[in-house]
Design a protein around this ligand. Sequence first.
Ligand SMILES: Cc1cc2nc3c(=O)[nH]c(=O)nc-3n(C[C@H](O)[C@H](O)[C@H](O)COP(=O)(O)OP(=O)(O)OC[C@H]3O[C@@H](n4cnc5c(N)ncnc54)[C@H](O)[C@@H]3O)c2cc1C
Length: 388
Amino acid sequence: MDFNLNDEQKMLIQTLQTLGEREKFKERAAEIDRTGTFPADLMVRYAEMGLLGMTLSADHGGGGQPAINAILAIEELAKFSPMIAAPVFESNVGPVRVIDFFGTEEQKKAIIPGVCRGDLSVSVCMTEPEAGSDLTALKTKAVEDGDHYVVNGRKVFISGGGHASHYMVYTRFGDTPGYKGIGGLLIEKGTPGFTFGKQEDFLGLKGMPSCELIFEDVRVPKENCVIQAGDFGKLMLTFDIERCGNAAMCLGTAGGALRESIAYAQARQAFGRPICEFQAIQFMTVDMAMKLDAARLLVYRAACGAGQGLPSMYEASMGKCFANEMVIDVTNAAMQIFGGYGYSKEFPVERMLRDARAWGVAGGTVQMLRITLASVLYGRRFDQRRGK
Ligand SMILES: Cc1cc2nc3c(=O)[nH]c(=O)nc-3n(C[C@H](O)[C@H](O)[C@H](O)COP(=O)(O)OP(=O)(O)OC[C@H]3O[C@@H](n4cnc5c(N)ncnc54)[C@H](O)[C@@H]3O)c2cc1C
């Protein structure tokens, strides 16, 4: 296994570091957290730099790069905050990948170039009030009516809700129960009958739009069907790349917290010495770095294994699960190193700990990931509903 970054990847990281310093991303991250405003201007900036859709197919205006490059970019930008990295996440590992892999030629032409320009974005819409971990219990339903589907249902906690131009809606087609009846339909903002509920007020990730979606007799042309009923597996396959992106957000936040902690521990004095000279602080710092590196290896393994395709479910789930728990430990330790100042909004580690808490729920909880991993290790499926 080769763990070395190539010249192109090293240059990507260097470019993003320089960008972050020049554009004062550290201050910007604090401002986004304070105002709760999505940094839409960054989409334009990133589009100019070729960061949007860098992994999407070159035939449709994407960069055609391997998944690991997007993971590296997300990680580097998320050192400032997940919101600074969000446009790169959305355009490379979000549901636009479903269109890139499985969409029709018309769907690809309609969506991918716009995503790469930063004009369009696509949200993933799975969760419902009574179907989160138990996704196959979802009730949103699409019923055929001539050359349209008529969609009714509700989705909750949809990241990008209200802001995104398009929504990849996991829906039941007809009455077939369980996963066999589920497919994916692309619904455009502004379609009559499609409205947004109030924005969520989360603990962290301030500035990330998130809300309920309401579908009341929404007529959607049949050509907007991206994944047919029965192909639910394809939706979940592409979701493994989103899991790597989620884990990259954790690597970034933890990396940012480690960077802040090392700088602070050298500047802060106690007992007439910088606190980095106390072994307790050194050991906490080393443990942070050790956990971060371990997570990084798992996540890079999953992303590298994907190449220009999709990662293995086992590797993506393991990387996400480990990184989700690692980032909470690391940001929590960072807050301790900062003492009282860590608990204050004057310093970034308070925000980092709040942001860190999201990832082990978003994109599948760490419990559900362990169920997936157990099914691989035991070589059998454990039906959670029947308990057999
Ligand atoms: C910041 C954030 C962003 C999100 N973005 C999106 C988005 O863009 N699109 C989208 O569709 N959804 C999104 N979600 C929703 C997220 O995917 C769900 O919250 C998640 O899947 C859990 O579902 P739930 O909240 O209904 O919890 P539940 O499914 O009710 O679970 C509650 C608890 O029970 C545990 N549990 C449930 N079943 C089992 C079991 N069989 N064994 C062991 N433990 C179990 C869970 O792990 C959890 O701890 C987001 C959530 C957050 C917090």
